[in-house]
Design a protein around this ligand. Structure first.
Ligand SMILES: Nc1ncnc2c1ncn2[C@@H]1O[C@H](COP(=O)(O)OP(=O)(O)OP(=O)(O)O)[C@@H](O)[C@H]1O
Length: 277
């Protein structure tokens, strides 16, 4: 029985906006085909928040992340990061993709992979060494720094990708279905890793996932997208205790209520439901 209503989240009034997505629209055009992937998306992510985005397959989640990351031009609307309009990959952002196998360089060691963006950022050598060491320790991979990616499990490779993003000291960390390709146990461990890094480093995280349980477990807020052409269906506040662990949190009645609510929204989205404008 629901005792506390679940509803649209209040905007984080107190938090400074780290990310502002305003009226974002993306239409793909080419080869005589036009696809309106994202119709009109507006939302804010406050500094230090961990926000998850869920939506049906093809809802435009990857398109949205690519626009935020400055890898894709939006058709209209804008993305503003820390007050600056995004027109290309911004310096304060790091992205972790689903395909860790393709995002790591196989000929480089773990340490070299993590260090590479820092070299590009022209971080001095001693500072680079410290950042790489700290990031590898944070993801539990200090021992594997001289290994090559192919010598590691999928979960460990994804930890390397996370370490690389963390070492870069981003203000905003974008994660695009980062755990979709790992087994359930590894996924649970990586979810806890993301929460602990988020709490420890104070980084703002925008996490895209297909998995409703994962979104509710990780986020303080879940933004549910409609099916394509995409708009925000609802922003759900996750009012679960901040101290989360896989067993206790997932057994809470409130967790079940929130998961049920987000599940219903995603089902509605699949059947083409759109919010009243
Ligand atoms: N480069 C492209 N050219 C044309 N259409 C595209 C392109 N990339 C994506 N699309 C279309 O845009 C829509 C949204 O795709 P997108 O990959 O962003 O969705 P998604 O929510 O990330 O999907 P999934 O959850 O299945 O990964 C889809 O209809 C897709 O076919």
């Amino acid at each position: 029985m629901t005792t506390t209503p679940i509803g649209a989240a209040a905007r984080p009034e107190t938090a400074t906006a780290m990310l502002d997505v305003r009226g974002l629209k993306k239409v793909y055009e080419g080869r005589g085909r036009t696809v309106e992937a994202v119709r009109d998306l507006t939302f804010t992510v406050g500094s230090g928040e961990l926000v998850c985005i869920v939506g049906p397959s093809g809802a435009g989640k990857t398109t949205l992340l690519r626009c935020i990351a400055g890898l894709l031009d939006c058709t209209s609307g804008e993305v503003v990061l820390e007050g600056e309009k995004v027109t290309g990959p911004p310096p304060g952002m790091a992205v972790v993709f689903q395909e860790y196998g393709r995002s790591l360089f196989p000929w480089m060691t773990v340490r070299q992979n993590v260090e590479l963006p820092l070299k590009e950022k022209k971080v001095p050598k001693a500072e680079r060494r410290r950042l790489v060491q700290e990031a590898l320790e944070a993801v539990g991979l200090s021992e594997a720094q001289d290994a090559h990616p192919f010598q590691l499990s999928g979960g460990m490779q994804q930890r390397v990708a996370i370490a690389r993003a963390v070492a870069y000291e981003p203000h905003l960390l974008l994660m695009d279905e980062p755990f979709a390709a790992v087994d359930a146990q590894t996924r649970a461990d990586l979810e806890d890793l993301v929460r602990s890094l988020w709490k420890r480093l104070g980084v703002t995280v925008l996490f895209v996932t297909h998995d409703i349980d994962e979104a509710v477990y990780l986020g303080r807020r879940v933004i549910v997208l409609s099916s394509s052409p995409t708009v925000v269906l609802e922003e759900v506040t996750v009012d679960l205790p901040d101290e989360r662990d896989q067993l206790t949190t997932r057994s809470l009645p409130r967790f079940a209520e929130l998961r049920g609510h987000v599940y219903e929204l995603v089902q509605q989205a699949k059947s083409g439901h759109r919010p009243a404008s």
